[in-house]
Each structure stands twice: as structure tokens, then as C-alpha cells.
Write a protein that binds this ligand. Structure first.
Ligand SMILES: Nc1nc2c(ncn2[C@@H]2O[C@H](COP(=O)(O)OP(=O)(O)OP(=O)(O)O)[C@@H](O)[C@H]2O)c(=O)[nH]1
Ligand SMILES: [Mg+2]
Length: 200
């Protein structure tokens, strides 16, 4: 069967604190291997990722982003405009580092303030392989997902590959469904970014 490439508007944006494994997650999905090279992401980095859905390879755009901190949304100026251009956001935290989990509430608030159209928000707890250093439990994650009215919660390991394929599969299904309802020719409705709404 031929590959299907979804338009860029049906893309996934990956956001979160520094060092939570955003880039490693993308690399794992592309290569099925763990790459422990640490190169901090400095700007939005789009790539095309292939995800098998119902016997076809669905090519989706996935955008990596620089890490952000609660008190210094240094890279917010790169990341916030991207909220307008994606359909699914992965909010990634590190299960061994509580502050990265706490940051999710602020990031979700930013998204809610800036976006007024349909968008799927996935809460992703990474590094579930590091069980001895767990700082955020499964229950913490589940509770936060319902508190923040997010659409999906999943724990993964971008080192061992746990649930990585499942995560991208769920995202691809969402994107396909959104595209079906949206049609293939119209532009996504644009919501305004105004300085008063922007928490950067
Ligand atoms: N044990 C373990 N380590 C991981 C996992 N995912 C990523 N790492 C490690 O965490 C560190 C940071 O990974 P990155 O992918 O660079 O993190 P990032 O979120 O892209 O970081 P910034 O681009 O700086 O925001 C690296 O040393 C990775 O090898 C995981 O699932 N388990
Ligand atoms: Mg990175």
C-alpha cells in the first residue's frame, strides 16, 4: 500500500523541561535504538516520522523543541508560535525529576490561553526504566492528566522503547481522524497570539 503523508498542520509538537528526553523519544521512534548523545535542542526541529496505521505507513511531521523552565521561558518565543501550527502536543516530563512534572501545569495553561481550537494534549512520563529513581508515580501522572483535562496519559521509556510505538500510533490515529473531519483543503482556523495572553 502507498504511504500517506499528512499535511504539516496535522503535526505533533513535543514540549517539556530540559533533559526530559524529547529528542531521544523522536530518535527512538525513527531508529528503534537508544542514542545517549546529549545535544541540547536550541530551536524547533521538524522531522518526518513514519507510523504504521491500518497497514499503511502514515508520514507525520513531528517537531522537537528546546527545553523550557517555569521561571525562565527562555525558549518560549520559539515554542509558543508552534502551538498554532500543530494538532497534537506531547507534554513530556521525566519521572525521575519532579520539577519537570510540575512544569506541565504551566505549559498546559499556556496552551489553553493561546489556543481555542481542537487540539489533543498527551501527557507523557518518560524514563520509566529508572524505577529506582522514581520521583513521579503512575498515579501522580493519571491524576494530573484528569486534573488538566488532557486527552491521554502514558508512561514510556525512550531508552528501552517501552510504549514508544504505542504513543506515536495513538497520535497518528488522532491526526488521521482530525484530518478526516477537517477535510484536506481548508486551513486550520487561526487563533490570535496576543501579548496579554502570552505567559512567556
Ligand atoms: N534512562 C533513560 N534516560 C533517558 C531516556 N530518555 C532520554 N534519556 C536521557 O536523558 C538525557 C536527555 O535526553 P534528551 O533527549 O537530550 O532530552 P531533551 O528533552 O531533548 O533535552 P533538551 O533538548 O535540552 O530540552 C540524555 O542523557 C538521554 O540519554 C529514558 O527513557 N531513560
Ligand atoms: Mg532535545
Amino acid at each position: 500500500m502507498a504511504d500517506v503523508t499528512l499535511p504539516e498542520r496535522a503535526s505533533v509538537l513535543i514540549i517539556g523541561d530540559f533533559n526530559v528526553g524529547k529528542s531521544t523519544l523522536i530518535k527512538y521512534q525513527r531508529t528503534k535504538k537508544f542514542d545517549d548523545t546529549i545535544i541540547p535542542t536550541m530551536e524547533i526541529e521538524p522531522s518526518i516520522i513514519s507510523v504504521p496505521v491500518n497497514g499503511k505507513e502514515l508520514n507525520i511531521t513531528v517537531k522537537d523543541s528546546p527545553g523550557m523552565k517555569k521561571d525562565s521561558m527562555k525558549f518560549g518565543r520559539f515554542v509558543f508560535p508552534e502551538f498554532q501550527k500543530c494538532a497534537v502536543i506531547f507534554f513530556v516530563y521525566d519521572k525521575t525529576y519532579r520539577p519537570s512534572f510540575d512544569l506541565i501545569t504551566d505549559l498546559k495553561q499556556n496552551v489553553d490561553d493561546l489556543i481555542n481550537r481542537r487540539m489533543e494534549c498527551f501527557l507523557v512520563g518518560n524514563k520509566c526504566d529508572q524505577t529506582n529513581e522514581e520521583d513521579v508515580t503512575l498515579k501522580d501522572g493519571k491524576d494530573r492528566c484528569s486534573e488538566l483535562k488532557m486527552d491521554l496519559f502514558i508512561e514510556i521509556s525512550a531508552k528501552e522503547g517501552t510504549n514508544v510505538e504505542e504513543l506515536f500510533h495513538k497520535a497518528a490515529l488522532c491526526l488521521k481522524d482530525m484530518e478526516l473531519h477537517f477535510g484536506s483543503t481548508k486551513e486550520l482556523p487561526k487563533s490570535e497570539i496576543t501579548p496579554k495572553n502570552c505567559r512567556c
